[in-house]
Design a protein around this ligand. Sequence first.
Ligand SMILES: [Zn+2]
Length: 508
Amino acid sequence: MCLNLVTFINGKLTFLCFFSPSLAPAHLSVGSCSLPHLCISIASAYHKKVKSTLIFGNLGLTICMLMLSLSAISNTAKADHTSNKQDIEIFETALENGLKIIVVPLKSNGVIRVGIIYDVGCADDPMCKIGISHFLEHMMFKGTKNISMKKLNYLTKKYNSYVNAGTGDDFTFYHYILNKKFLDVDLKIEADRMVNLELNESDIVSERNVVAEERNMRCDANPTERYICDALPKILYLHSNYSYIGIGYPHHIKAYSRLSLKKHYDRFYAPNNATVLIVGDITQEEAFKKVEKTFKYIKKTHEINRQRVLDPKDLNIKYTMDRASKQVTTRNLSIYYTFDRSNVDTLKKYYTAKIAIDSLCGTSRSVMAKKFIDRENKVYSIDGDIILNAFDKAFVCIQASLRENTKMLDMEADIDNVVKNSPITKENFEANKKRILNNIDIMKDNPTEMFDYVLQNKVLKYSTDDIKNVKNIINSITFEDVKKFEENIINERNKTHRVYSHPEGVTA
Ligand SMILES: [Zn+2]
């Protein structure tokens, strides 16, 4: 079992794996722009060729029991999806019990990536039970009334080439990469554990130790991680549900009881709070039929309200953090500009922001990279990104790694000066727009990247129509839109946080 950090970096869902680097993507990086999310991964399994009948040989009894135990009346999926030609073909429907189904057919030689996403994450944890969403994610691998933990482990490894799960601030998901002929196995596992989870006292007690150890390794034993886990969210957010670390603190982890876990599970694990996402070599008809057949028996529950404490707006407070650490070898400067999330509440606005940030500081050809790396030799690297979640405010983050002879405050003043002059040119704009469009074309052949793209944008509450029409949307963004974002958002007034990070014993 491997413990991961899951986050969105540069628009990509990224696993930061501590024990199994082979599972982590090549571009992985941890910086001050990354916010903490948590996930658990179960070991990567290798696909073995077996006859499809063997699946039912293995699952036969348990699946029959499962179907008998689900007492809900079968309802037919509403075939209300559209099939108009879009930039990306995405088909969406919902069962009568509220389960949403999204299918993205791709030509991928039989490979599909499937996942179930629940609208619950660390920011939904009750204040007295911080970390419970993540703990529940661990418990989902402990078996159900129908499938023992051992059997669950065996089945997931046997029929999938990759199995993982993650808990973010706003979502929890369980996902697989497999040959499509084994899709039924994963769907049955997910349908079963949506309603039949066993929460044994002995498993809870042993898992407390596992999660406490995860917390220790991830946060307490490593000053760099501790900064990302605990300190950074506390200065970026004030009272918000995003201001605490989703793994919880040791005294929280000890406090999870069977009753509190059951309450959390019963509240959020329901078809009307979940989406099945299937990407790859499968038609929408086949995928809808399989999901409907497996999930239609599960009853819809009460309406689920997600409660959030949101930070007040426009406090006009500036925060400075001076972080000294033995594990930091370079001096790094991070600057955050806070803005209202309504400025990025559509995919068009999101990509407008992305083009602006990439043009200013987010690529190797950005205005700041050319000036501070190529011409003035003041920094080793400079980067920028947008930080946002499903609710609450958003940030633009600029981060620079300084050369030895560059003073921290001088660099900050240099960045302030660049920002003041709103330097993005039409050439920057055109180049970054083209690059983002090219990246979308590349992603269209890759089930893994496409899955992440749809997942991220659904979690951030962007509409499926926008997700389908992303290239048209990006093409409609004008230079004036980008300049407006640059001038209205990335400015001195919105500059709210600065973090000086440097080796212990060295002045910032
Ligand atoms: Zn974990």
